[in-house]
Design a protein around this ligand. Structure first.
Ligand code: MF3
Ligand code: CO
Length: 256
């Protein structure tokens, strides 16, 4: 069942969304050669505490990993696709890309967003990977209109990514979001005909999160049981927004 949110609930999700946006803005400005992913974690945790918000990730139980996620951020560098863990040993260097994914709850309502940031000088191909992935998210956002269907959202990501020669990760998907981080429906970045294709209606809120590999689509999980990497070692990109369907069209809750 897809839970639709009232206008008052959307306003609460908006507050969580804007906090997530402010955190990601701050972290984006921090990213440079020599900064560790642990530095980013410390800054994000302080901003959540100061705002009276709870981390959506820290303590979140993931059965496949066999435990609770220990950090407020996922920081996935280069061939890491998602769920990379902040570490003092992971110091960013020129040519890296770092995906920063974070979520909070405020007054019981969640926001979730991610961005992939280049560090120093990255190659033209990596620049294109980031551009195509963020464009695919924008195309999906534009489909978040009452009367459209879920596959319009999923298919717009898939079309743009594959037309540009990159690969869609299939093992991880976006999701409904509201009073939990993960609600129905699943939001794959490709049309999965095994799933239902519900019509989008006012008040539905989805976290849309294209995960795109420069090379082959396959991923594997490292022995830490969390970090997902590309099997072929190619770079990956990840962008995410929390988006509501409203009478006035798509409302991106995680940006101004
Ligand atoms: N944005 C991701 C998701 O929505 C990150 C959550 S991983 C967690 O699934 F384990 F930290 F929660
Ligand atoms: Co998410």
């Amino acid at each position: 069942m897809i839970i639709r949110k009232s206008p008052a609930e959307l306003e609460k999700m908006r507050k969580a969304g804007i906090l997530v946006y402010e955190i990601l803005q701050h972290l984006t400005r921090m990213v440079e050669v020599g900064v560790s992913t642990h530095d980013l974690e410390v800054a994000a945790e302080k901003m959540m505490k100061d705002a009276g918000a709870k981390s959506a990730f820290k303590g979140y139980y993931v059965p496949a990993a066999g435990g609770k996620y220990p950090f407020v951020l996922c920081t996935s560098v280069n061939e890491e696709v998602v769920h990379g863990m902040p570490s003092v040993r992971r110091v960013l260097s020129s040519g890296d890309v770092v995906s920063i994914d974070t979520g909070v709850s405020l007054e019981g309502y969640f926001g979730d967003s991610a961005v992939t940031i280049p560090v120093g000088e990255v190659s033209d191909e990596v620049k294109r990977l980031l551009k195509v992935t963020s464009e695919s998210l924008e195309l999906a956002i534009d489909q978040m209109r009452a009367g459209n269907r879920l596959f319009d959202v999923c298919g717009s990501v898939e079309r743009h990514v594959t037309a540009n020669g990159f690969s869609i990760v299939r093992e991880y998907v976006g999701h409904g979001i509201g009073t939990s981080l993960h609600e129905e429906p699943q939001v794959p970045n490709y049309v999965d005909r095994r799933n239902e294709n519900p019509r989008l209606r006012e008040g539905m809120v989805l976290a849309i999160e294209p995960m795109v590999n420069a090379g082959r689509p396959e991923t594997k999980v490292l022995s830490d049981r969390w970090t997902a990497v590309t099997k072929d070692g190619s770079y990956a990109a990840h962008f995410e927004h929390t988006v509501a369907v409203t009478a006035n069209g798509p409302w991106v809750l995680t940006r101004p």
